[in-house]
Design a protein around this ligand. Structure first.
Ligand SMILES: [Zn+2]
Length: 131
């Protein structure tokens, strides 16, 4: 069964960021549809799902790849913002982020070292903070 699927998928485009995004849209639409029972939303999500399958089973690599590239370029800023937030949250367990009072440079300080004197690497200003 697994081998058959692999043979079927050989030479086909498969999943990429755009199709994963489209699947997410389908899931959100279906969940919203559970509560609202909007027939149009249900049909729209089926259409998007169809597009998603069409893209995954497509053998036209160049066209699908170009579509994905356009999607990545169009959403780069939004995805970057989310990545930044996720990294900030992951780091906040181990680090404090302080801003230099004179130049505004962000400085990352390890937590749990008590009161320490911080020297700004950009302007050289020294200030004291609790780490
Ligand atoms: Zn500074």
């Amino acid at each position: 069964m697994k081998r058959r699927f692999m043979e079927f998928m050989a030479g086909r485009y498969g999943a990429d960021q755009l199709s994963r995004f489209l699947l997410g849209v389908v899931v959100v639409c279906l969940v919203v549809n559970l509560f609202t029972r909007w027939q149009a939303l249900y049909l729209a999500s089926l259409v998007v799902l169809g597009v998603c399958y069409f893209r995954m089973f497509s053998k036209n690599y160049a066209k699908r790849s170009a579509e994905n590239q356009r999607y990545l370029e169009a959403t780069g800023n939004v995805r970057g913002w989310f990545t930044k937030r996720r990294n900030r949250i992951a780091q906040s367990k181990d680090y404090h982020i302080y801003k230099c009072p004179s130049c505004g440079q962000k400085i990352r300080i390890p937590r749990g070292k008590g009161r320490i004197c911080i020297t700004c690497p950009k302007c050289g200003r020294e200030f004291e903070k609790k780490s």
